[in-house]
Design a protein around this ligand. Structure first.
Ligand code: GLP
Length: 253
């Protein structure tokens, strides 16, 4: 596992964007997995800047998003379709026909989840998956206790996640209670993982993820099993790591 610790959120975002940009330059038709949440926003802003200023070309990539709430239409401003288009896709030259985001309005969700996995298989899997992490160590919407071998499926959100989201909705009845999420097994199939984490609120989850035992109770710990996982942190997120770090870069094989 490669761990890079940067001084602040901006340099963490730049470093992560460099990794994504290198992947796209090396293989213009890369299949990239995107994540939502506030943490990757800086990374997306940097990709937009690279597109505008250096001509980074997204026209041949295919994208798959990690997750989406069930019951929110694509235009809902709390949904992940809206998030991705507003914060990244509409600012770069991605081909809308190559954008895949789980359909939270699907009539038959189980069928949809199987179809989503098939689409990933059809393009021979993901070259690179971007990941954030929840304060409890969740990845995508794989909350603690999720099977480490799971595939794309519907998950019930924890009461804490539902409560945390309530502030974004006018009507409490509207707050989603379910989500479609790639499984942990799906995420592990990506050929490269880039996990970004920033701020002290993530320090415990990062310590457990990098230095603790692998457990379904901290789903992100599974990245220890991945052959090409790059974890990019700011100093606050790295503040509880116990191992020694050298000039911001620690390489652990
Ligand atoms: C949600 C998303 C995750 C994300 C997490 C952390 O649960 N489904 O993909 O990693 O939030 O979000 P943030 O980066 O805002 O802390």
């Amino acid at each position: 596992m490669l761990v890079t610790i940067k001084d602040d959120y901006e340099s963490m975002s730049e470093q992560a964007a460099q990794i994504v940009a290198e992947q796209i330059r090396r293989k213009p038709d890369s299949v990239i997995g995107f994540a939502t949440g506030s943490t990757p926003l800086g990374l997306y802003n940097e990709l937009i800047r690279m597109h505008r200023e250096t001509g980074l070309d997204f026209s041949k990539i295919t994208t798959f998003n990690l997750d989406e709430y069930v019951g929110l239409p694509p235009e809902h401003d709390q949904g992940y379709h809206y998030f991705m288009w507003e914060n990244l896709f509409k600012h770069i030259n991605v081909d809308p026909r190559h954008v895949y985001i789980p359909d939270g309005m699907a009539d038959d969700i189980d069928y949809f989840c199987e179809w989503y996995e098939e689409q990933m298989a059809e393009v021979r899997g993901l070259d690179l998956q971007i990941l954030g992490i929840g304060a409890n160590g969740h990845i995508a919407f794989n909350e603690p206790g999720s099977s480490l071998g799971s595939r794309t499926r519907i998950k019930t959100l924890t009461s804490k996640t539902v409560k945390d989201n309530a502030r974004f909705f006018d009507d409490p009845e509207e707050v989603p209670k379910y989500a479609i999420t790639m499984g942990i097994g799906t995420i592990m199939d990506a050929r490269k993982l880039v996990l970004v984490a920033s701020s002290e609120g993530k320090a415990d989850a990062i310590q457990a993820t990098l230095e603790g035992p692998i457990t379904a109770m901290v789903p992100a710990t599974i990245v220890q099993m991945h052959q090409q996982a790059h974890v990019v942190l700011d100093t606050e997120a790295a503040s509880k790591l116990e191992y020694e770090h050298h000039e911001g870069i620690v390489e652990r094989k």
